[in-house]
Write a protein that binds this ligand. Structure first.
Ligand code: HEM
Length: 194
């Protein structure tokens, strides 16, 4: 299968959850606290997109479809876009951009600091995601893009801290992340190049 010609498909695939969230919002299916639900949904999909992005290399290798590696970049950018929306909705709908309230939130809820550090770690990756940057930075680009694991670790800590309904979901997220990391450690040298 020539996947390069299908590389665009990752864009609509990444947009699907957003379309679902918008549909839920406009059809009034956000529950008793729509603002909180919206922030949570966007946070949840940020983490899922990060994991999907990291799953692309193993998927390309296991399914013998090298072109899938290209989807990593798109899903990585979607992860960044979902975190940005998560942050904007939190700031606008839950905080009202009130500096006094922000100070209170940061001291009362340290998980916000952890999430913000995860978001910060994604910025250099998003800003250097172009082919041109990759060519220009060479090996430095590869090293820089290891920040994705820092963002993932911080995202996982943030999620486990935030959730109020047991650690079941955290366990699933951490298990998937561990499998992806182990795969990378064991097969890193034989990975499909792009
Ligand atoms: C890599 C960055 C981030 C990731 C992966 C992430 C992911 C998540 C996840 C998975 C949740 C839980 C959703 C659920 O309960 O189902 C969540 C909740 C939350 N996140 Fe983030 N987040 C990130 C960054 C941020 C930032 C930068 C902020 C704000 C400055 C933030 C604020 C919040 C808040 C306030 C909640 C709780 C919503 C509530 O329960 O009321 N997050 N996030």
């Amino acid at each position: 299968m020539k996947t390069n010609q299908w590389s665009w498909l990752a864009w609509p695939l990444g947009a699907l959850p957003l379309a679902g969230i918008i549909y839920q919002a406009v059809s009034g299916q956000m529950g008793p606290d729509p603002a909180e639900t919206l922030v949570k949904l966007l946070g949840w999909w940020s983490l899922v997109m990060l994991l999907v992005c990291l799953a692309m290399r193993p998927a390309a290798q296991l399914m013998r479809v090298p072109g899938l590696v290209i989807w990593r970049r798109t899903f990585g950018l979607w992860a960044f876009a979902y975190v940005c929306m998560h942050f904007i909705c939190w700031g606008t709908l839950l905080l009202g951009w009130d500096p006094a309230y922000l100070g209170q939130e940061l001291t009362k809820r340290p998980y916000i600091i952890v999430g913000s550090l995860g978001w910060l770690a994604l910025w250099p990756l998003a800003l250097t995601s172009t082919r041109r940057s990759r060519r220009r930075l060479g090996q430095k680009w590869v090293k820089l893009h290891r920040l994705v694991f820092v963002a993932l670790a911080l995202g996982l800590v943030h999620q486990s801290w935030v959730q109020k309904s047991g650690y079941g979901e955290t366990l699933i997220f951490v298990s998937i992340a561990t499998i992806l990391l182990l795969y990378r450690v064991l097969h890193g040298r034989n990975m499909v190049k792009n």
